[in-house]
Design a protein around this ligand. Structure first.
Ligand SMILES: Nc1ncnc2c1ncn2[C@@H]1O[C@H](COP(=O)(O)OP(=O)(O)OP(=O)(O)O)[C@@H](O)[C@H]1O
Ligand SMILES: CCCCCCCCCCCCC/C=C/[C@@H](O)[C@H](CO)NC(C)=O
Ligand SMILES: [Ca+2]
Length: 495
């Protein structure tokens, strides 16, 4: 945190006697007055904690003046939320959402004088549907307690509500969507918590609660996914076909296993080593300055994301004056793929601390399209291992990566179904694997994994909407070796 920026959470008058301290003769001479400042203390690995410091004086007036001045300073922080709508998924991750909120988060919100309306969800889509009914405009933010799936619900509710209120048809894949200025806070209590980890740098409920309290704001790109002019879903983290789609499909049947289900299904999917044929067409993201092979990652105050934000503001100003840009060139790739991963952000998570595309940006209006072509099991394992270490994940002859603003995918199977009259044998028994006719392995489509939810269609059209939503976060901060000491000194400077 910048030392000029206040990291105070709350200021309270304190009864001095309760804080028994050895202050020698002062205590005997006069009645002491005190106030306590609760502030953010930065610890290692992007973790934030709430700490406090008590100040005392024999001068009651001086004490009151300080308390008043600090409270006024806090009042002036207009970006801080005062009223929040909170959705808790009691069944996400290890089913600890309610406990985490009540024990770790609610006391901090109350300390920071934030009032809350809390909804404990009773079924899937409860939060999403509810966001179409409530008066969302009275809130400074919506908080979800759960995992990526719960975040996805809240995001769909908010984006959908904004488009409905503005008369925008979500089924139109070319529609300019209305930005959503009501920020979303994520209290991680899921299985992967990739969105929280990639935007804060850690999956920790207290840290996330403190980012909400100090009123952080991080814009985020959102991809819209359509099939045949029908809206399917939005995505902010991973849109994965092949490996990650198959893991998700298998793991959904094993929700009872909790977060372990991904390891079990991951191992199974790895052993099955399925590849899928299809065609990808994409438009490169020429507007952004970065590349997926950059060494630098997106960090707090990222220059590339700021530039994209400026371009977006210009476009919004010019909209109406200018006609839609002419069609840019499409690149087409046909092939056999073990995995097709499109990521709007790095997708860093505790399992993969750098993520699937370490140089992807949170708010640059682009996604990184990663194509993992058919290769041996051993090579695929080498690729997967690089999700977890520092080595370059794209430095393989069977892996390609492109920074794109939109793409389309059609599986070979659906191309064939659309264009050919299938013979009776195929219709009855399914299509047989052309490479191994003797093995009779059935070719089926994979499933798209869209931020942890499956999509019903394999043929999709995807478009990145630059900075469509905002989070209570600030992106991952640059490593600071002496963060704890720095935070302490910033509070001392302030007082
Ligand atoms: N009360 C509920 N009962 C059943 N399902 C719910 C309920 N509330 C929300 N859900 C659904 O549960 C799904 C999964 O929840 P969540 O994302 O919180 O946990 P997770 O899947 O374990 O974690 P992750 O998404 O990080 O892998 C969400 O898609 C959401 O729609
Ligand atoms: C033998 C080594 C295997 C290493 C495997 C590493 C696995 C890394 C997993 C990274 C997934 C990150 C993408 C996040 C996706 C989320 O949207 C989704 C929902 O929470 N999670 C999953 C697992 O699909
Ligand atoms: Ca992006």
């Amino acid at each position: 945190m910048d030392s000029k920026e206040t990291s105070i959470i709350a200021v309270e008058e304190t009864e001095f006697n309760k804080k028994q301290r050895n202050i020698g003769r002062w205590q005997k001479m006069a009645k002491l007055h005190a106030f306590t400042v609760h502030y953010v203390k930065k610890a290692r690995n992007h973790r934030w904690r709430c700490s406090d410091a008590t100040f005392w004086s024999v001068d009651e007036h001086l004490c009151n003046q300080w308390t008043q001045a600090l409270k006024e300073l806090l009042e002036m922080q207009k970006s801080r939320p005062k009223q929040l709508l909170v959705y808790i998924n009691p069944y996400g991750g290890k089913r600890q959402g309610k406990r985490i909120y009540e024990q770790k988060v609610a006391p901090l919100f109350s300390l920071a004088s934030i009032s809350t309306d809390v909804v404990i969800t009773e079924h899937a889509n409860h939060a999403k549907d509810n966001l179409f009914e409530v008066n969302i405009y009275k809130y400074d933010g919506v908080v979800c307690v759960g995992g990526d799936g719960m975040f996805s619900e809240v995001m769909h509710g908010l984006i959908g509500r904004m488009q409905k209120d503005s008369g925008i048809d979500q089924n139109n894949p070319k529609a300019s969507l209305v930005q959503c200025n009501i920020r979303i806070g994520i209290i991680p209590a899921g299985s992967t918590d990739c969105i929280c980890y990639s935007t804060v740098g850690i999956s920790d409920p207290v840290t996330s609660a403190l980012h909400i309290i100090v009123g952080d704001c991080q814009p985020l790109d959102v991809s819209s996914v359509h099939h045949n002019n029908t809206f399917l879903k939005y995505s902010v983290s991973l849109l994965g076909y092949g490996f990650y789609g198959d893991i998700l499909k298998d793991s959904e049947k094993k929700r009872w296993m909790g977060p372990m289900r991904y390891d079990y299904s991951g191992f199974k999917t790895f052993l099955s080593h399925h590849y899928y044929e299809g065609t990808i067409a994409y438009q490169p993201a020429k507007h952004t300055h970065g590349s997926p092979r950059d060494q630098e990652s997106c960090r707090t105050g990222c220059y590339i994301c700021k530039q994209s934000g400026k371009q977006l503001a210009e476009q919004n100003k010019e909209r109406g004056l200018k006609h839609e840009e002419g069609e840019e060139e499409w690149k087409v790739i046909k092939g056999k793929f073990l995995a097709i991963n499109a990521v709007n952000m790095s997708c860093a998570c505790p399992r993969s601390p750098k993520g699937l595309s370490p140089a992807a940006h949170l708010a640059d209006g682009s996604a990184d399209l990663i194509l993992v072509r058919k290769c041996s099991r051993f090579d695929f394992l080498r690729y997967l291992v690089r999700h977890t270490n520092q080595d370059d994940q794209f430095d393989f002859p069977f892996v390609d990566v492109y920074r794109v603003k939109c793409f389309q995918f059609t599986s070979k199977l659906s191309e064939d179904n659309e264009s050919n009259v299938m013979d009776i044998g195929k219709k009855r028994f399914g299509q047989f694997c052309r490479d191994h006719p003797a093995c009779c392995c059935n070719i089926v489509n994979s499933t798209w994994n869209c931020d942890g939810e499956t999509l019903d269609s394999s043929a999709i059209e995807v478009r990145v909407h630059c900075q469509l939503i905002k989070l209570f976060a600030r992106g991952i901060e640059e490593d600071c070796k002496d963060e704890a000491a720095h935070s302490q000194s910033s509070i001392e400077q302030l007082l």
